[in-house]
Design a protein around this ligand. Sequence first.
Ligand code: AP5
Ligand code: MG
Length: 219
Amino acid sequence: MPTAVRVIMLGRQGAGKGTQCRLLSEHFGAPHISTGEMLRSAIRQDTVVGRAVKKVLDEGNLVEDDLMVSLVQGRIGETDARVGGYILDGFPRTVGQATAFDHITEVRPVDIVVNLEVKRELVLSRLSARRTCEQCDANYISDGNDPKPWKCAKCGGLVHQRDDDTPEAISHRLDLYDSLTSPLIDYYMSKSRLVVVDGLGTTEEVFERLTSAVKAAQA
Ligand code: AP5
Ligand code: MG
């Protein structure tokens, strides 16, 4: 039976967390748990949670810690994550979330926390060119000539620009990253669990660095 792998992926918006976590999930056979995708799916399905968080996401703000912790706690308790581990994308995002997560995972702690490093100036251009399937969250890159309508090659859903990928929301999300999420780098460094991985280069090059880092942490 394959060994479970438990990974937390940190990185500023547009660093490539979603892109790389999907690949790591396939490679290691552990579910990709993206809190952003969970919230967008709740919004699409118009659930109680979805209605409560829509405005927060559209404006690029953070959803409150208690709700996020309970969503993630429920998700990692499902069979696929208990057996295969998880590749956690977008959580924790505050020191409060990280502290709560440490308590929840005391028995089965994470193997590695990765900081996927890409500078703020570079993520801005990546995010403004990003287009996303509103049904399955697959990512595409716009060359400025978007087909209309743009159908997702994976599921046939409509490809659009995420509501929080406007210049104002991107800038606000990056500010929140600096003030609320970047302190997690010191938090995990002090626990000797942090590995910094350069997020520059092709998707394949970054993936190669990440798989080596995860394998080294498992050894
Ligand atoms: P979430 O969905 O997690 O968004 P995010 O953190 O803003 O991150 P992004 O998805 O924008 O970036 P990414 O790093 O995944 O980059 P990607 O791979 O797409 O969260 C959305 C919202 O939900 C939050 O703002 C908040 O409101 C709420 N939320 C979620 N979790 C929460 C929590 N824990 N607490 C509170 N609130 C929470 O790549 C970006 C682009 O770059 C793509 O177009 C991609 O194709 C391209 N790209 C990727 N890799 C490369 C490469 N190597 N070279 C060139 N281009 C590349
Ligand atoms: Mg993402």
